[in-house]
Design a protein around this ligand. Sequence first.
Ligand code: PMP
Length: 415
Amino acid sequence: MADDQPLCRSAKPNDRVHPMPQLSKRITTLNDTDSDGWDVFYRARRLKMSGADVTELTIGEHDIGTDPAILNFMHEAALSGHTGYAMVPGTDALRDTVAARVNQRTGIPTDRDNVMITPGGQAALFAAHMAALQPGEAGLYIEPYYATYPGSIRGTGAVAHALQTRAEDDFFPDAAALDALAKRTQARSVLINTPNNPTGAVYPRAVLEEIADVAQRRDLWVISDEVYDTQIWSGTHISLRSLPDMEHRTLVVGSMSKSHAMTGSRVGWVVGPHDAIAAMIDLATSTTYGVPGYIQDAAVFALEQGTGPEATVAAPFRRRRHLAHDILQQQDVVGLIPSGGAMYLFLDIRATGMTGEGFANALLDTHSIGVMPGESFGASAAGHIRVAMTVDDDAFAKALTLICTFASHIASQAS
Ligand code: PMP
């Protein structure tokens, strides 16, 4: 899987010569292929692969690779023999390092047994939902949402319900609406994501307090996806687990993918109560069987370098956000959703009269620029596009300027 979407669509049943037994409903209903905003991404990819000069601002893959110092460490660790089965819950060293990091950043006492290392944040998202939900129960998630969320819930056999949010509310969830949805569906969990992909929203304390309040009232697990916690442009990242009485019902998802440009190394974690972690270790024994030892060694090395490397990885996005502010200020057709973090711009293109999907397709056809239509993140994001800030500054500024000119042109034709 690439950054934030299933790169290969599920195979279509096309082989009637040797019909296979029926696939389980659980697996065939994982992907909600109704929202076809992903077609723009697939088309941009295909064009690029056929040699076209496409500026891809689609998925959240850094334009830099993993730091060579981390890769050297990984190489040495592998050569020195750490290539056998690693401990399923993670190496003691990495679990301790993550626990210390969480302790230091949240003030919540956290030890090795509060941490399980996973092959990326994605495996942590699935494990957390497996821990929280029984088949048939309701798991909530918040729109606009990261592509894999509904599937991570459905994969457990549970039913996924989205809570819509509004651009006018900065895409923060409304506590009364969350409470009503939790009550109506008798939900067992709610999945939140701050800093948010795709909107960049960083939930302030007041919003987190309201979510915590609903979770306590309705006895919900909160699965808190914090994989962008090192990409903060304004405000402060607050982990929901650090709110009073929340560490017993919160499962935090973390990852080295975004913080250290280690997307392909597949190393992340879930932090939660001891009993929940012990249960998820049983799951890992039957599924992933852990993360390669030499990759975990490299993760320890990377985390031991402190916040410097994280700031270095985040710096280009911070810089490009400033560039974007300057460019967008010069026009009034494309609106920049005020956001506090993550490596994307979320742009309101409703003034063009087009859907996000229509706009993204036309932009690809006319200017060979690939962006994600808002609709691929749920109906709440209609009329928006997500722009990944993942090309060099000059190409980024050029593409954004073209996006604005293109939008103005359409808007002037429409009016
Ligand atoms: N959560 C969010 C919000 C993401 O955007 C991503 C990746 N794009 C992930 C989780 C999973 O990342 P990984 O599995 O690489 O840690």
